[in-house]
Structure formats: C-alpha cells, structure tokens
Design a protein around this ligand. Structure first.
Ligand SMILES: Cc1cc2nc3c(=O)[nH]c(=O)nc-3n(C[C@H](O)[C@H](O)[C@H](O)COP(=O)(O)OP(=O)(O)OC[C@H]3O[C@@H](n4cnc5c(N)ncnc54)[C@H](O)[C@@H]3O)c2cc1C
Length: 424
C-alpha cells in the first residue's frame, strides 16, 4: 500500500478501532468510524454516576496495567491516569479471602505465618501429577486440592460452563501464587485508571474523527466496503461473513447494576464469588476504583456468565482447536474475498487481548500501513507501581509484551457524560 491519502472505514469504536482511527487520521488519511452501540469505547466504556459519585465500568471492571513504558506514555498523554492498585477479594460461601493467593490467604487456609512455612505447606499439599494436561490437573499439581476447590473449580466451571478437566491450563497460568503478603492482582510495572474515566480517553482518541453511532456494518456491508480503500474491522470475523462457515464459540456476560443506599457495600472494587452455587462470578463496587465524591449511595454490579448464541454480546473467545481451525478458514476467506479489509482487535482476531496489548497491536498495524509516530515525554511510574514485587514459588507471569511506537498528543478536557442506565 502506498502512503498517499486513503479513504479508511473503521468498524467499531472500541480500543483497537479508536487507536487506528486516531493514528491513521494523524497520518493524513480520511477516516470514518461506525459503531453499532450508542456510545464509543467498546467494552472499556465508562459513564459517570452522579448518584454514586464515581464512574461506572459498564462492561465489567477494567484496570489498565502494562509493562510497556511506551504504551503507558501513550495513554497518559491522551488522558491523565491516577495510580490505582487492583486488590480483589474472594467470597467463598460467605468467607472472605485475600486474593490472588498470598501469605495472608495461606494463613487463612493453613494457619502458616511465614514465607518459609508457606513454601513447605504448598510443597506438602501438591498432588504429584507428572504431566498435568488440563486445568484441574495443573492446579492440583501446583497448589493442591484445597486452593483449587476454594478459588478455581466452581468459578471456572461457571465462567466457561465446562468442567475444569475439559479446559486448558493456560486459563489460570497467569494467576500468581505468592508466599509474601503482596496481594496486588497484577505484576505489571505500570497500573492505573484514567482520572475522568475511559470514555474521556476515547474522546481524545476520536477527536476530529467522524463517528457514526448506532450504525451496524452488517446492515449495509457490501455498499460500505465498496467506498473505502482500507477497512479496519473490529467486529466478530464470523459475523462479518454471516456465519457462512459456522459460528465461532464465545462466552457471554450479563451485568445487573443497582444503586444501593449505603456508602460502602463490600469494601473492595471487585469480589470474586467462587462457589458454583452462586450464579454470578463477580460483584463490582465502582466507587472503589476512583471515587470522585462521597455520597450515601453506591453502585453495585453483579457479573453473570452467560451462554452465547448469534446476536448476543461476544465477550470471551473460546480458545480450542475447533475454534482456531474455523478462525483460520475465515481468515483465508477474508484474504481471498476482501483483501482491503483488515480484521483486528479481540473480535476481529478472535483472541483475548488486554487493553495494553490491543493498543500495541493497533499501533503496530498503523505503522505497517504508513502511520508514523513521535516519542512522547517520559512518565515515571507511581511509587506504588515502582515497588519491586517478590515472586512466589508458583508464579506464572505474563510475558513482558513488545512495546510499540507512540504518538505525541496534548490533552483537552472532555465534555460528554451520559446518564446511568441499568443493563439487562
Ligand atoms: C469483562 C471484561 C473485563 C476486562 N477487564 C480488563 C482489564 O481489567 N484490563 C485489561 O487490560 N483488559 C480488560 N479486558 C479486555 C478489554 O476489554 C479489551 O482489551 C478491549 O476492550 C478490546 O478492544 P477491542 O477494540 O478489540 O474490542 P471491543 O471493545 O469489543 O470493541 C469492538 C467494537 O466493535 C463494535 N462492533 C461490533 N460489531 C459491529 C458491527 N457489525 N458494526 C459496527 N460496530 C460493531 C462493538 O460494539 C464494539 O464497540 C476485559 C474484558 C472483559 C470482557
């Protein structure tokens, strides 16, 4: 592709689409974004609740964390981030546990009081399984039956609607098990939340870009595709093709949000409910992310796993051989029939992406089609995120991801706040 001005259509105003829209526009291309929902931001969308005095994470808790200095610069030059360290709790049959598993958790379960005692105990409770081939075996072999029962078994079965014996161990491998008291959910170097919510970040990304909300590509696909030199498509790849080779599998979610008459309902932003008998997997109390104002009310969201069928929201791709084989066939179809369409993001590529990964992937794509970047000034990590984190004996951390080039931008305060609405 040459670097002359192109007409670019971006399908989806989520993170992948919005980063591409910004960078391709900055590179001089003419960009239109269409979005089927009535708001920008994709699943990162937040809206301010005046009643609760905080931002609501409408599609589930979103905590920004990265080990890439460049990605951290990129988001901070768009919207200032506040330090936030994610500390979740687990509720199992009414009992609260510190999570991810750390010395306090091991004290609650086994009564151990030191890292050495914790290591000895973990060694003792492990089940000797030479070649753990599924999620259950992997957990039994690394942390033993009690931790598996308390934190993994019921939660995973609810989330995926499958027994952990039928799931790959990769799903839990990034959860650390620590023998010190560090209860930070993430191990990344940088962690925080946009001070004015994620929607402010998207407003900056999409500044100067034409965005048409409530516009579904599929209602006019062939007409729209004809008018553009390049289409960045972040809708589900199987939906793009009308499921003609069959549907990929997804897990869906349902969110039930209520305003509660108390100033603090659960004392933490996220509580995981790990017992299979409780139908929701998480309870989110939004004011514990970044409260802007203390009110006598609080906003609570219960997150329920749900089966997916064509038409319901796609939240998690189901990573297995059948789905990956089908994905490859759709990708081949895309190259053969629509060479000017690039499928990107978690639905276009059918893979789980954290926010920093999706930004890096979008920047990488833009660079390949000719968008150029300049370095942003350095931002030092907060004191809390600078603290070195000790590794426990069973930690399997996320690989440090490749950084991507960054754009140089300045900040203009956003204006858009939309009223809270209950999600069904
Ligand atoms: C419950 C949950 C919690 C998460 N928590 C975290 C977290 O704490 N930290 C983290 O780093 N990441 C988290 N993530 C991942 C994060 O949400 C993704 O990395 C990010 O949203 C991916 O952006 P995207 O643009 O690829 O997809 P999306 O955000 O899904 O954007 C795709 C957009 O395309 C639109 N679209 C789809 N089809 C069409 C169509 N036919 N026509 C027009 N528009 C269409 C959709 O409406 C959507 O707005 C979480 C994900 C989930 C599901």
């Amino acid at each position: 592709m040459d670097h002359a001005q192109k007409r670019v259509l971006v399908v989806g105003a989520g993170l992948y689409g919005s980063v591409c829209a910004r960078e391709l526009r900055e590179a001089g291309h003419e960009v239109l974004v269409i979005e089927r929902r009535d708001h920008i931001g994709g699943n990162c969308y937040t809206r301010y609740s005046a009643d609760a005095g905080c931002d609501e994470h409408v599609y589930g808790a979103h905590v920004f964390h990265t080990s890439s200095e460049r990605i951290w610069h990129y988001v901070n030059t768009l919207a200032p981030f506040a330090p936030y360290t994610h500390r979740a709790k687990v509720n199992f049959r009414g009992k609260l546990f510190s999570f991810p598993v750390n010395l306090v958790t091991l004290n609650q379960i086994y009564g151990v009081r030191s890292p050495d005692e914790a290591r000895v105990t973990l060694e003792r409770v492990r089940v000797p399984i030479a070649d753990p081939r599924n999620l259950e075996d992997y957990c039994l072999a690394t942390v033993g039956p009690e931790i598996y029962r308390l934190f993994i078994e019921g939660y995973t079965a609810k989330q995926w609607n499958r027994h952990p014996r039928t799931l790959p161990a990769e799903i839990v491998k990034r959860l650390p098990v620590r023998t010190d008291c560090n209860d930070d959910y993430f191990d990344d170097r940088y962690q925080g939340l946009p001070r004015r919510g994620y929607t402010a970040l998207f407003e900056r990304l999409l500044e100067g870009v034409e965005v048409r909300l409530e516009t579904d590509l599929m209602a006019q696909r062939d007409d729209l595709l004809r008018g553009y030199d390049l289409v960045v498509c972040t809708c589900p790849i199987d939906a793009f093709f009308g499921y003609e080779l069959g549907a990929l599998e997804y897990r869906s979610l349902r969110f039930d949000t209520e305003l509660v008459d108390t100033s603090d309902a659960q004392g933490a932003a996220v509580v995981h409910f790990t017992d299979a008998a409780v139908p929701w997997v998480r309870s989110i109390e939004h004011k514990h992310f970044l409260s802007r104002r203390v009110t006598g009310k609080t906003l609570l969201t219960r997150q329920y796993p749900a089966d997916w069928k064509p038409g319901s929201p796609e939240f998690y791709p189901v990573s297995d051989e059948r789905n990956h084989a089908l994905l490859r066939r759709y990708q081949e179809l895309g190259v053969a029939r629509f060479p000017h369409v690039h499928f990107g993001g978690r639905l276009g590529e059918y893979r789980h992406y954290d926010m920093d990964q999706v930004i890096a992937a979008a920047l990488g794509f833009c660079e390949r089609v000719g968008a150029t970047y300049s370095e942003a000034p350095a931002v030092s990590p907060s004191r809390r995120t600078r603290r070195a984190r000790a590794e426990g004996p069973t930690s399997l951390r996320r690989a440090t991801r490749a950084s991507a080039p960054v754009a140089s931008v300045d900040f203009t305060p956003p204006s858009c706040r939309v009223p809270r609405r209950k999600l069904g």
